[in-house]
Design a protein around this ligand. Structure first.
Ligand SMILES: [Mg+2]
Length: 226
């Protein structure tokens, strides 16, 4: 069972510093591949290291290759490569088209927005600045591991409704299991990547479009009397 007892102290500390209005709807959004073009940024980074991302499946491991030889980067080397990428390029990622407008409109009509991202803690502030610079000035929580525990904590602070967006099915499964009333949106900005995976079975919708996602959330809010 997922509970706040599973929260890392560093994550709990960030969650406790949020000021939330219990009466307002809460939108909890992932950043990479939802608010920020993670794959596009990673491709640019890999190019500079004579590597490329061969999008054969919904995974990084096994799909990062050396440019000239097409040799696959070994699975055990991928975490270090990603750490280097986050250290070098977190501040450079471009916002997903339409994300800032959709969230600004939802914020204006009363929703609270929290960015719940598995960015390394050291890059939390760079990520926050990068998002704010592109019209996405919302609190950023640098999470670790699955997202169910953090969403459980947030759901205890507010009455809802709650919306959760993520590109990774196991995060959606974790949230659906931890807090069933949360509406889960399986959002994958990069259409090439979206084609490689079925909609997460615990999600209400799969989307690659912020206008479409905005319309879904608006409609849900209206139906719930918000
Ligand atoms: Mg993501």
């Amino acid at each position: 069972m997922s509970s706040i007892a599973n929260l890392e102290p560093l994550v709990l500390e960030q969650l406790q510093s949020l000021s939330l209005d219990p009466a307002r709807p809460l939108i909890i959004s992932d950043a990479d591949e939802v608010l920020l073009k993670f794959v596009a940024g990673l491709e640019t980074y890999l190019q500079g290291r004579d590597m490329w991302l061969d999008l054969q499946s919904f995974a990084l491991s096994g799909n990062i290759k050396r440019k000239n030889t097409n040799e696959i980067i070994a699975t055990e080397e991928v975490p270090d490569l990603l750490s280097d990428f986050f250290a070098a390029a977190t501040g450079d990622l471009e916002a997903v088209t339409g994300a800032a407008d959709a969230l600004a409109a939802l914020h204006k009509r009363g929703a609270q927005i929290i960015v719940l991202t598995n960015v390394p803690h050291a890059q939390r502030h760079v990520r926050q600045e990068c998002l704010a610079r592109q019209g996405l000035d919302y609190p950023v929580i640098a999470n670790q591991g699955l997202k169910g525990p953090a969403v459980t904590y947030l759901a205890q602070q507010c009455e809802g409704p709650f919306f959760f967006l993520d590109d990774i099915p196991h995060n959606i499964a974790s949230v659906a299991k931890a807090h069933a009333p949360t509406k889960c949106i399986h959002f994958i900005a990069d259409k090439r990547l979206a084609q490689l995976i079925d909609p997460a079975k615990d999600s209400q919708i799969q989307s690659s479009s912020w206008p479409h996602t905005h319309a879904y959330i608006e409609n849900e809010l209206a139906q719930l009397g918000h």
